[in-house]
Design a protein around this ligand. Structure first.
Ligand SMILES: NC(=O)c1ccc[n+]([C@@H]2O[C@H](COP(=O)([O-])OP(=O)(O)OC[C@H]3O[C@@H](n4cnc5c(N)ncnc54)[C@H](OP(=O)(O)O)[C@@H]3O)[C@@H](O)[C@H]2O)c1
Length: 284
């Protein structure tokens, strides 16, 4: 695989940064250089050297998407723009790799397989589901469906480390269950699919290991960081009661990893990655 033939959209996000680190010679753009919602800019970009588009761009503010402006933006970035990139991929014989989310499901099943029917609960989930459908109509596509992403940027682990350091005992939901996905695991999976020319289609990817609630994950974060803080638990319903513009979340986010694992991909336990991540965070 020639890195110069890769184009990374959304290069400043958590995944975008990790992809740039893995493929330092790839072409890339953040929103300032290429706003993927501008159809003309996408059309006019010189795609002649590109063989693979990695779409790491997305509107990821799940609660923001429930507001009047956010709803429009989420659909623009997560659906319409994905259509523009898919058209470019189709017209130029480019492979498009897109990132999906467990939020396309309603979370009633405790283990999500790739082929589960979409039943999004939120605007974000619906807009991402639309993007998945559009990408899946291109001849050469990979969709990596993931959950609870942790990398370079604002994320749950960083928030809890900040609270822990300040001596706060946070109140965290105990009925949303899933596994973390470190961007390192996502990048490894992307590299695995591309470098082995695996069959096009949808693949689940998260770190492996026991599925846990956000509250239990917070306890593990504090344990690893050596913080003595307590973690108060609350149900999702109670947590969001009285709060405006909050998106409903799936209660079960665990992704079934069998499909990618049967392609000789070895998953890493989220707790091992979490330990490495926290050690690095505490050193910086
Ligand atoms: N984060 C999670 O927990 C999670 C879970 C499941 C799936 N995913 C999916 O994983 C993928 C990567 O997520 P992430 O955590 O890396 O997201 P992220 O950190 O929010 O990064 C998304 C990037 O997309 C950029 N972007 C937004 N609108 C754009 C536009 N119109 N044109 C170009 N770039 C634009 C953002 O730029 P600005 O910051 O300047 O807006 C940001 O740099 C997304 O597809 C997301 O839906 C994420």
């Amino acid at each position: 695989m020639n890195e110069a033939e890769i184009f990374i959209a959304g290069a400043n996000g958590q995944l975008g940064k990790a992809l740039r680190a893995r493929y330092p010679n790839a072409n890339f753009a953040d929103i300032d250089r290429l706003d993927i919602t501008e159809e003309e800019s996408i059309k006019n970009y010189d795609w002649s050297q590109t063989r693979i588009i990695l779409n790491a761009a997305a509107y990821t503010n799940v609660d923001g998407a429930e507001t009047a402006e956010g709803r429009i933006e989420a659909w623009k970035v997560n659906a319409h723009a994905v259509g523009y990139l898919s058209k470019v991929a189709r017209d130029n014989d480019i492979t498009i790799l897109h990132i999906s989310t467990d939020y396309v499901f309603d979370g009633t099943q405790d283990n999500h397989k790739e082929e589960e029917a979409f039943a999004p609960l939120s605007v974000y989930g619906a807009s991402k589901a639309a993007g998945d459908i559009i990408v899946s109509l291109t001849p050469k596509f990979y969709i990596l469906r993931t959950s609870w992403v942790i990398g370079e940027g604002r994320n749950f682990v960083r928030t809890m480390l900040e609270l822990g350091k300040k001596g706060v005992d946070p109140t965290v939901v105990s009925d949303q269950i899933g596994r973390l996905t470190f961007t390192s695991e996502l990048v490894r999976a992307i590299d695995h699919l591309l470098s082995n020319n695996l069959s096009f289609g949808t693949y689940n990817i998260s770190n492996s290991g026991e599925s846990k609630s956000w509250a239990d994950i917070t306890k593990t974060i504090f344990e690893i960081a050596g913080y003595q803080n307590s973690v108060n638990t609350i149900t999702t319903d109670d947590y969001y009661t009285g709060k405006e513009n909050t998106a409903p979340r799936p209660l079960n986010s665990t992704l079934n990893l069998t499909k990618i694992q049967t392609t000789s991909f070895t998953s890493t336990d989220w707790r091992d990655e979490l330990r490495l991540y926290i050690e690095k965070e505490l050193q910086s």
